[in-house]
Design a binder for this molecule. Sequence first.
Ligand SMILES: NC(=O)c1ccc[n+]([C@@H]2O[C@H](COP(=O)([O-])OP(=O)(O)OC[C@H]3O[C@@H](n4cnc5c(N)ncnc54)[C@H](OP(=O)(O)O)[C@@H]3O)[C@@H](O)[C@H]2O)c1
Length: 345
Amino acid sequence: MSESDEKYMLRCIELAAKGLGYVKSNPLVGCVIVKNDKIISEGYHHAFGMPHAERVAIDRLDDKTQIKGSTIYVNLEPCSHYGKTPPCAPYVAKMKPQRVVISDVDPNPLVNNQGIKILQDAGIQVDVGICSMENRKLNRRFFTFIEKKRPYILLKWAQTLDGFIAEKNQNYIKWISNNATRQIVHKWRSEEMAILVGAGTVRCDDPQLTTRHWHGDNPIRMVVTNSGNLPINAKIFDKQAKTILFYSNTPNFTVNEGNIDVVKIENDFIDTLFAYCLENSITSILVEGGSQLLNTFISREQWDEAKVIVGNKVFGEGVRAPIISQYTHIDIDKIDNDRIIHYTR
Ligand SMILES: NC(=O)c1ccc[n+]([C@@H]2O[C@H](COP(=O)([O-])OP(=O)(O)OC[C@H]3O[C@@H](n4cnc5c(N)ncnc54)[C@H](OP(=O)(O)O)[C@@H]3O)[C@@H](O)[C@H]2O)c1
């Protein structure tokens, strides 16, 4: 790997990140075309169903003959199959670059080295592994989904300085975090495919679970209940987004709205949830509480990241916040008087 390989691949990764929140359930991909050590075109995958990065970068050039003899950088192996768009590898090969540099092989069984083979069969030099660590971090949802066959799990809660997520006997919602942090939470929501809460949170807080303070699509809303005891007029059953209700006992109301799906828990909730996500290409979930639900994921060690907002309040007593004791990395941000502790497992 040369220094310029790294420089151009980091540019691909920077471009790819612009698709965050829009390309889901696809990977984030950027592409840079370089000739005589100059970028002659670049592009990224903008949104699900839209052209892939390589095609965007190639099609931006009116004179495509310039690509002959160039080096094309792309942070994921060009695809070899028909999905929402035609395959990229044959299109790239047709342009006759001299070399294609890739961060990672696409682990999707529909691709998995077949895109590379198409390029090599066309006589193009292919180098793999440049900035793989940075790419795997950016595309952690995608790699987790394909390699671990489960969605990427991000836990999130807000707690007081004395470690409570809610007051005892709360009659109304008392916000723990400040306005700016609450807006950032809506940004986080826009980046994930689904948001999950326990039935206790729906009964106490009646949350909307939307991205109304940020741009981007509302994620799919998910709620889990053993008892089936939920208010049918809860906001999560309104028409702002799709809602999936995981239940053990039949709910105390008939679900007949088009935007609500019901899924019976077979033996174990997490197993049922992961199977549903695999079947429906739901690659990431933001688990927003409450305590019982968060502790289910923590005790089963089925989580990838946790974002804990520590506000400036003290409740004295109430619902205890979960505790994270096993993690590989921690960093702390400050937003006004809130701290955001970010754990990576
Ligand atoms: N500060 C924050 O960030 C934050 C976030 C969310 C909530 N909260 C607060 O947290 C409190 C609620 O917390 P909580 O621990 O009591 O409730 P919770 O975790 O939201 O909900 C617990 C209920 O969810 C269902 N459930 C949870 N895990 C399940 C599993 N593994 N399998 C099947 N069902 C499962 C059960 O529903 P059934 O009872 O229907 O069987 C259970 O009783 C509220 O006061 C709320 O305000 C705070």
